[in-house]
Design a protein around this ligand. Sequence first.
Ligand code: FMN
Length: 233
Amino acid sequence: MGLYETFFTRRSVRKYTSTPLSTEVLSEVRSVLDGAEQISGQTASFEILEAVKVKDAATPHAPYYIIARSEQTDTAYANVGFVLEKVDLFLQSKGLGSCWLGMAKPTDVPDDYTVMMAFGYTEIPVRGSESEFNRIALDDISNEDNAVARAARLAPSAVNSQPWKLSFEPGKVVIGYFGRGLLKLILRKKMAKIDVGIISRFVTLALENEGKTVTEVNTDADGKDLRVTVLYN
Ligand SMILES: Cc1cc2nc3c(=O)[nH]c(=O)nc-3n(C[C@H](O)[C@H](O)[C@H](O)COP(=O)(O)O)c2cc1C
């Protein structure tokens, strides 16, 4: 299955088997991590750790975790969302399970620690259809009803808060932060910015699925607002 097709079946997996992944699969994950485009000017780094090296408090328990490290800025958080969402989709396209972890921390927390993603063999099947997704209405998140917006609506976000608005303009899609839900004050500092990067990856892949060429992904952050602009031909 391709990354775009995986939009419609992926889910957060919170139950894993302890079966180890083969060296080949792990090195494939590593190369997707290394090959994933970063937002202009960003240089996040990623490490794959085995479960034993992660604090027990890390829930859900999984055999592997990806630890993301970056600058502690809104743009850098959006970039981590943009990069790791590609890996989330890749893992699930291969029949593996994965889950973003905003609460968990590795045993030794580096100063530039940003977020984690759990992965491994899943005990839970993928979603059977789009009706299994719990998402807000399209017109609450987009100025247009089109295939890209409909696909991007399925993107995951911390506590499913979906803190974004999409604006379709000629040759570009602008993705803005838009806080929602009771937890918005807690989430807005970091998680919501990662979420904006996540949906930007969905928008990019959905445009490519429509035959478009994405020419640039850049951000505009002023400490209060965050916008990602995806330019395409
Ligand atoms: C940045 C981010 C952080 C998250 N943190 C956690 C977490 O700490 N624990 C957890 O169980 N799920 C976590 N999730 C998963 C979300 O709850 C989940 O994506 C959302 O409810 C939508 O469900 P779905 O991914 O199954 O479509 C996180 C998701 C994102 C994007």
